[in-house]
Structures are given as C-alpha cells and as structure tokens.
Design a protein around this ligand. Structure first.
Ligand code: C5P
Length: 415
C-alpha cells in the first residue's frame, strides 16, 4: 500500500509550543512523528515546559534552534517572535496547560509563546493537558470556549489515568492522534466527497430503570476509525453507544443506548443520505435484550428468588446495513474470535454479507482487546487471504484502515 502519510506534511512548517505539564514528554514523540512525516518543526518552549523537557532534546529531534525567551537579543535579531509565527503553516500547542490556556484567552503577551500567538495569523491547534478537576473547572471551560469562538482548534483532552493516580478527563491526546489532526489541516483528503457511517461502543439494554445488560467495549476503536476517516476528508456520521470518550473532531455524532436505537439511527442516516459510501460496524452490539424493560426498579424483597430474565434477540445492524436497498459500496464488520480465527472470520463475513471483516484475537495471552489501547488485528478482504496486521495501537489500526479504504476507492475509480 502506498504510504501517503509519509508525503503529506512535506514542505509544511509546524510551530510547536510546549508548555508546562507532565505531558510535555509526549511532545518529544510528536516532534519525532512530525519529522518522520517530513514536516519542518520549530519548537518554542515556555518556562514551565523547561521543567519537563530540555531545549537540547527538542533541538536534537527537530534539528532546529529551540526558542525560549522573548527578551533574547540573539533570537529576536535572528528570528523575532513575529517571524516565528509568519514562517509557520500551523501553530500547535501541545501540551496546553490550564495556565497557558487562561493567559492566551486573556491575550497576555508577557512571554515568547503568548506574544507570538497574539501576533499570529495562522491556524492554531490546542492539545490541552491537565488534572481533570482543572479541566472541568468553570474558569478553564470558559477560557476554552473563548478560544474556540476565536477560531482555535481543539484536540482532546481525553479521559484516562492522571499522573497523580486519579482518573478523569484531562489527559493530552496521544501524539499519533495529534499528528492525524495536523494532517487533516493540510488537505491529505483522499476520501473527500465520500460519506461514511461508523458504529462504536457497547449497547446498554435496560432491565429496569437502573439496571442493564452491557459489555466492556470502550468505543476506542470505532471512535478512532471515525476520526481517521474524517481526517482523510470523509463526511462521517458516528453512532455511538454509551462511552467515556469525547466526540471525535469533525464527526457528526449521535448518542444512543440500545441496539434498537442504534439500528434506527443507522437506518435514518442511510435513508436520509443521497448515497452512503462506507459503513464500518465496530460497535459491540448486545446480542440479546430483556423482552420487556420494567418501568420500576425490581425490589429485592418483592421477589422470593432471583428474578428471571426473558431475553429476546437484538437486530443485527451490520447484516441489516449489508442487505439494505441503499447498501453502502463498502461495508466493514468486526469480529472478536477466541479460536479458529481464520475459519470463523470467513464464515462471519459470508453470514453477515459484509465486504471486509476485521478480526481480533481475544482471550489469549498478549491479546487484549476490550478497553485496551492495543489489539492484534487481521483483515479479510475477500474469501482468500487473511492479512495479519500485527499488534498495534487502535489509532494506528484506524489510520491504516482509513488509508486502505482510500486506496480501495481510488483503485475502484481508476478501474
Ligand atoms: O455476531 P458478532 O457479534 O460476532 O458480529 C460482530 C460484528 O457484527 C461487528 O461488526 C458488530 O458491530 C456487528 N453486529 C451488529 N449488530 C448486532 C451484532 C453484531 O451490527 N446485533
């Protein structure tokens, strides 16, 4: 497969501002990824940022001078804060600390980064990173809203473990995701004009108003696929079950709870679109639901023994989409298999009527899937070959799948 990622940032100049926060160490990886994708990278490190990464590491990775001081006679005569932003195609702030976001929203220009941002005439992408309480506080939220209204673009933050051991929203998006968002700015958009529907996450099937049948799906894979398709220019509708993830940027997201709601939203999307080109069913749809969901909580004392649950089968969304009148040109399903991966994947592909099937090996040593960031995936594109894509992060898998879809449509077009 042609690696379009390698070419997409050639001749692009990224001005990366690194502010003070533990996520600053990830900025080193971001610089490495940007350079690998042939971008020109120039770094500005704030005083806070210098506590976490050194100018030397950034200079070594970016192969450029690193700027730290507004009042440096040498830097100001050689480059100057106005030229720093003028020579960039995109300004990225990663990590963007709560303090830096507040200063930027107030237009403070006491440091080099603040001064160049005030003078900037380029798009700015902000990747916030902070403690979840600092993120959720009304002050930070108001500052973020202000910046959004001024046209700043935002990626993340995501929910996860904090450096302090607590859990919540505030973690900086991972460097590959930030890279993807950066690529999105520069028109590597082979899927522009294509429409896609993606299902993601689990479904919750109510037993009564407080209890439900669900599963451990995190939605990470489906959400990453929606984001990757959008980054390549597709117009994406995501139908998501209950997840603890932010809506992917640039994606129209519908939130549902049950399989029946998920199917209805998918069918509405299919019927209202002129054509839908791509459907990726990554949701872990509950196979069954309670026949009737009670409208009151089942009380333990009212029932002498454990209540019986009568289950009924849920509709198969993938199968329905694959057999619809307005069937998308490319329908992709997922399968989690514990054994006989190849045979089971082939049978599932035929049974569901989808074109491609991404299969995961689950329940084996070193093969985590649900909720994890990595998985071992295989792609079955036809009856014959099962491609082993190896173990990779869900974002990388999503990127690779989106690229494969783009190649599929471009060869379709030529052929
Ligand atoms: O049958 P199984 O659950 O293993 O099939 C997995 C694939 O089918 C996934 O792509 C999943 O999103 C889809 N599916 C669905 N609706 C269901 C069950 C599964 O869309 N009710």
């Amino acid at each position: 497969m042609k690696n379009t990622m390698m070419q997409s940032l050639e001749h692009k100049s990224i001005l990366l501002i690194i502010t003070g926060g533990i996520a600053a160490y990830k900025a080193l990886e971001l610089v490495r990824l940007l350079k690998k994708n042939r971008a020109h990278v120039r770094c500005v490190l704030t005083k806070g940022g210098e506590h976490f990464v050194t100018p030397l590491s950034l200079a070594a990775l970016s192969e450029e001078t690193v700027y730290t001081d507004l009042w440096s006679l040498k830097d100001e005569t050689e480059m100057g804060h106005i030229r720093l932003s003028r020579e960039a195609d995109l300004i990225v702030i990663a990590p963007a600390s709560a303090d830096f976001i507040a200063r930027t929203a107030c237009g403070l220009a006491g440091g080099l980064a603040g001064a160049l941002l005030l003078a900037a005439d380029k798009p700015v992408l902000l990747a916030p990173a902070m403690h979840h309480k600092m993120w959720l506080t009304p002050a930070t939220q108001a500052h973020v809203q202000t910046l959004k209204q001024r046209g700043f673009h935002l990626i993340g933050p995501v929910e996860g473990d904090m450096a302090c051991g607590e859990y919540g929203p505030g973690r900086m998006s991972e460097p590959p995701e930030i890279l993807q968002a950066i690529q999105g700015f520069f028109g590597h958009r082979p899927l522009s004009g294509k429409t896609a529907l993606v299902t993601s996450g689990p479904t919750f099937e109510p037993i009564d108003p407080v209890r439900f049948i669900g599963n451990r799906s995190s939605g990470k894979q489906g959400h990453a696929i929606a984001a990757a398709l959008a980054a390549l220019g597709a117009q994406v509708t995501l139908v998501s079950g209950p997840v603890a993830l932010p809506d992917p940027p640039g994606v129209k997201t519908h939130h549902v709870e049950t399989a029946v709601q998920m199917l209805k939203t998918c069918e509405d999307t299919l019927n209202s679109a002129q054509t839908l080109d791509i459907a990726v069913c990554a949701a872990a749809v509950s196979d069954w639901r309670p026949e009737t969901a009670l409208d009151h909580k089942i009380k333990k004392r009212q029932t002498p023994r454990a209540p019986e649950l009568n289950l009924t089968e849920n509709p198969d969304i993938l199968k329905t989409i694959a057999h619809a009148n307005k069937r998308p040109a490319l329908v992709i399903g997922f399968a989690a298999e514990t054994e006989n991966l190849e045979e089971n994947a082939r049978n599932k592909r035929t049974r569901k009527g989808c074109d491609w099937l991404m299969a995961n090996l689950v329940g084996q040593e070193n093969a985590p899937v649900f909720g994890e960031n990595h998985s071992h995936v295989y792609l079955l594109r036809d009856e014959k070959t099962l491609e082993d894509w190896g173990v990779s992060s869900k974002t990388d898998t999503a990127q690779k799948l989106a690229e494969a879809i783009a190649v599929h449509f471009s060869s379709d077009f030529k052929g």
